[in-house]
Design a protein around this ligand. Structure first.
Ligand code: ATP
Length: 283
């Protein structure tokens, strides 16, 4: 058997960290959406008993450190299915960029295997399995605009976003998410207005959504990587209505209402930053 699953990148329209749990885990309050920039994950059964990861990216581990491998392993253990698997990842989402590419690949593997073997795990069950891999996997299992809270396991789907376009620009720096989260413990943060953002989505009010973008982690990452603020400013200067870093960075996105504006911003920022993408929310 063979199947292809799309694994979309995510953007954090809102990211707040209200507190840390006593075990050190972060309590999240995030508004996330999935966009048209996607990896393609092909799953093929084999007669061996191995899970093999094949990818076209030199940056990815091909062993059990790969989140897609971990998802397949957990799925087989949870369902009792026995099969060898070849998982081929065509990587389009930049790695370690704040776009959740690894988590999305893992979620695609869970959803794909569930369909392939007709194991009928619910979205909740797959989300629970995925939480053991990364806090973004439960969201990616749902893959639609949602409020994510708890340690990542509480996913509340929201209305689809009104028409909007994103221009993504990834500066050429690497960011370690665990390092940013360690710094968060010692940093006084401003909390974004997640309620305002939720209200904007509920009302399908583009202006209110843009006015309430916010990411607690942005000043922490930007303090080590000044390019982030420079790109944000340029996106606004070139015509974006709002701009913000996604996740722990370093990718910054600009928001605008029309495709033609997005293409103009893309052309302008491309002369300044070499990894640039235009995308729409998928829902
Ligand atoms: P996070 O904020 O969860 O760290 P991210 O969106 O910034 O995620 P990813 O592209 O998911 O970044 O990569 C994070 C780390 O996970 C990288 O160090 C990468 O080597 C590792 N990784 C493991 N499997 C994958 C995969 N299938 N795709 C991308 N990265 C993977």
């Amino acid at each position: 058997m063979k199947m292809m699953v799309r694994a979309p990148a995510k953007l954090n329209l809102g990211l707040d960290t209200p507190f840390a749990h006593s075990d050190g885990a972060i309590e999240w309050r995030m508004v996330m959406t999935s966009i048209g920039l996607s990896d393609h994950v092909q799953i093929e059964t084999t007669t061996s008993s191995k899970i093999q990861i094949i990818s076209d990216s030199g940056f990815l581990p091909n062993d059990k450190r790969n989140l897609a491998y971990q998802a397949a392993h957990l799925f087989l253990k949870r369902t009792g299915v026995t099969s060898g698997l070849n998982i081929t990842i065509e990587k389009n989402i930049p790695v370690a960029a704040g776009l959740g590419g690894g988590s999305s690949d893992a979620a695609a593997v869970l959803r794909g295997l569930n369909d392939m073997f007709d194991t009928q795990l619910s979205l909740e069950e797959m989300a629970k399995l995925g939480l053991a891999i990364d806090s973004d996997v439960p969201y990616c299992v749902y893959g639609r605009t949602a409020l994510v809270s708890g340690r990542g396991e509480i996913v509340t789907p929201l209305r689809p976003l009104p028409k909007m376009w994103f221009v993504l620009a990834k500066p050429n720096v690497s960011v370690s998410t665990p390092r940013i989260l360690r710094r968060l413990r010692y940093t006084q943060v401003d909390h974004p207005n997640i309620e305002g953002l939720l209200e904007g989505i509920e009302q399908s009010d583009y202006a209110q959504i843009v006015a309430n973008l916010g990411n607690t982690l942005e000043p922490i990452t930007a303090s080590s990587h000044p390019q982030i603020q420079v790109i944000k400013d340029r996106l606004l200067k070139y015509g974006a209505d709002g701009s913000q870093m996604s996740g722990s960075g370093p990718t910054v996105f600009g928001v605008c209402h029309s495709e033609s504006r997005a293409r103009r911003i893309y052309n302008s920022i491309s002369g300044f930053c070499h990894e640039v993408y235009v995308a729409q929310p998928t829902c």
